[in-house]
Design a protein around this ligand. Structure first.
Ligand SMILES: Nc1nc2c(c(=O)[nH]1)N[C@H]1C(S)=C(S)[C@@H](COP(=O)(O)O)O[C@H]1N2
Ligand SMILES: [Mo]
Length: 599
């Protein structure tokens, strides 16, 4: 950040022309807002975007070759057949027979019998885990499909993605991330329709909170009882035993299971990784995508950049999916009734008790699964409110971390910075653009002692701030740019907010996708953060049309949709509930986002 000390400071500026600052200006902005619907109509959703389907998942090989992952199905099948043949061959050899005799597959500690059986809490938690996972996975896949590409660097450069479920990025220089999003079938994605990330995130973050609580209780109970011994390997013998189990499974001559007393070593390793590696990694990589945390904990975000976090988060999903498929297959094929009795009935026999508990729980699962999407489309405000109740307090906590400037340098600037949102096309904007913004005025008013109208020359005369920061779009792409402009603190020194002013509303010259102007409200505390500014330059040049000319907001503790572009007015208010639909911004009113989005 560089301050240009020789530029005039606020008191040296020419005073505002009193006639141009008026209540009418404020009222005219508010009158241009629309309120948004309380029900989702897929036909008119997000500005009537037609549903768009992705393509089969592909992974990049080398510079520009793409491997279609559907090939893994036939390849996997052939590999499995070969592996079965090889394992059967191996079991015929005396050396392998001796090995299996020595390492039968299960390490049984002397105390194993004391840990025999599963307590009721384990069954209850297993069910809750399974139930929550359905919503977590469906909404997670929905979030991915809003920017259906993965990268290893924070630049999100087209063609540099390593994974995509979407065609290559078209050459259109004004292509937006929203146009790049894809739809999912309504019973796969949650809620399935294109660009429904706002609702998907409430499901994802809300059920995550419950899942983490469930996991925490599980950890506590596990270590407060001897049951941790069932899940934590305590001898190196698990490795040869796991190899032995694998050979036995593959040769289709399965080991005798005694899961009541101890899991076999392969199972033990899989459970251990799932509980103690994959689950914590899901949390860490999830938080690694947060703008507030990333700008604050720079050391961590240097290594775990948003895109590394996002890619790893996806790989954790792949692990969970594989685990679920293999685990369920084995539960079904290694003595279903007994297995179900172990987990749901706390008994070690072949009665039907566990099965009926399982069947009843499956009814709940199916009802939840089938109802989730229709419910979300019919009651999106409920999803928005309940989701916020579950995750809002955490987001609020993270918001209080002010970033310190200077994380990135010129060499970090992204070669490609995605565009997003709805471009302005009003006569008002076109006329201003044609006149090179000579007639542009930024109107700042509301609960301030000194309302002002500023033209671009006056804005440029204010103390200059420059910062190189990372943008985090809610859809998942990111980019680094150098922003030049005026800090919001300088603006506040000029307009002098009154004590009642608690929120600051930014109005755009551009409409949102459902008509009515785009706007967003920010808490006033964040306006004095180091990196909160109005930018008129980007990467050393004037802000382009696509990126928000002539003026846009940067508040680096929040996601991209809150960075209003093409700003025409700023209003200081007591609360945003009187503005537009009353939810704190255009996306909050129309697409059920949250007014605090530090994650
Ligand atoms: N006026 C207005 N501002 C907007 C939007 C919009 O649609 N209209 N989109 C937002 C979103 S979702 C993002 S990610 C950023 C994108 O900024 P960029 O196009 O400069 O990358 O602008 C934000 N500001
Ligand atoms: Mo965005």
């Amino acid at each position: 950040m560089t301050d240009t000390a020789d530029q005039p400071t606020p008191p040296n500026l020419p005073g505002p022309a009193p006639s141009s600052v008026s209540l009418e200006a404020v009222q005219s902005y508010r009158a241009q807002l629309t309120t948004g619907e309380d029900v989702v109509d897929p036909a008119t959703w997000a500005g009537s975007v037609p549903q768009a389907h992705g393509i089969a998942p592909r992974v990049r090989v080398g510079r520009s070759k793409w491997f279609n992952l559907l090939w893994l199905l036939p390849i996997g099948f052939v590999v499995l057949i070969v592996a079965v043949a090889a394992a059967q061959g191996l079991r015929g050899t005396p050396a392998v027979q001796r090995f299996i005799e020595h390492y039968p597959g299960t390490v049984q500690a002397a105390s194993s019998d004391r840990n025999a059986g599963l307590p009721i809490w384990a069954g209850a938690q297993h069910f809750l885990n399974l139930f929550l996972m359905i919503f977590i996975i469906r909404s997670g896949v929905q979030i991915l499909s809003d920017h259906p590409r993965l990268y290893w660097t924070r630049h999100s450069t087209p063609g540099k993605d390593w994974f995509r479920v979407q065609k290559p990025v078209p050459a259109d220089p004004l292509w937006t991330a929203k146009k790049d999003s894809i739809s999912l079938p309504g019973q796969v994605g949650l809620p399935g329709i294109r660009h429904s990330i706002g609702l998907a995130r409430w499901w994802h973050l809300g059920t995550d909170t419950l899942w983490l609580l469930n996991g925490l209780v599980f950890y506590v109970l596990l270590f407060a009882t001897p049951h941790w011994r069932r899940l934590v390997p305590t001898s190196w013998d698990v490795f040869p035993n796991a190899v032995s189990v694998l050979i036995q499974y593959l040769s289709l001559d399965w080991p005798t299971e005694n899961g009541w007393v101890a899991y076999n070593s392969l199972q033990l390793i899989a459970y251990f990784i799932t509980v103690f590696v994959a689950a914590p990694l899901a949390l860490i990589t999830g938080l690694g995508m947060s703008p507030a945390l990333s700008t604050r904990f720079k050391r961590i975000s240097k290594v775990l950049s948003i895109q590394t976090a996002r890619s790893l988060h996806f790989l954790v999903l792949v692990w969970f999916l594989l685990f679920i498929v293999i685990h369920t297959t084995l539960v079904f094929t290694t003595g279903l009734l007994r297995n179900l009795n172990h987990i749901y009935a706390g008994r070690n026999d072949d009665s039907w008790v566990g099965f009926w508990v399982f069947a009843a729980s499956m009814v709940l699962v199916i009802v939840g699964w089938v109802a989730a999407t229709p419910f979300t489309l019919r009651h999106p405000r409920v999803v928005q409110r309940v989701g916020f109740a579950l995750i809002g307090p955490v987001q609020r906590l993270f918001e209080h971390v002010d970033a310190t400037p200077g994380e990135y340098t010129e060499k970090d600037i992204s070669p490609y910075f995605w565009h997003n949102g709805q471009y302005p096309d009003s006569e008002e904007y076109k006329a201003l653009f044609a006149g090179n913004f000579a007639d542009y005025r930024l109107r700042i008013n509301g609960l301030v002692d000194n309302p002002v109208d500023l033209d671009l020359a006056q804005l440029r005369a204010l103390q200059h701030q420059e910062q190189i920061t990372q943008h985090f779009c809610i859809q998942g792409w990111s980019g680094i740019a150098k922003w030049g402009g005026v800090s919001m603190q300088t603006i506040m020194d000029l307009v002098k907010p009154q004590p009642e002013a608690k929120w600051v509303v930014f109005y755009s010259l551009g409409d949102g996708p459902d008509k009515g102007i785009y706007y967003d409200a920010h808490p006033i505390e964040q306006m004095s953060y180091h990196l909160t500014m109005l930018a008129y330059d980007m990467n050393g040049e004037r802000l382009s049309f696509g990126h928000g000319a002539p003026l846009r907001l940067r508040n680096e503790t929040q996601l991209g949709f809150k960075q209003v572009k093409w700003i025409k007015g700023i209003e200081f208010v007591a609360h945003y509930s009187e503005i537009g639909g009353g939810y704190g911004g255009y996306n909050q009113d129309h697409e059920f986002f949250g007014y605090r989005q530090s994650i």
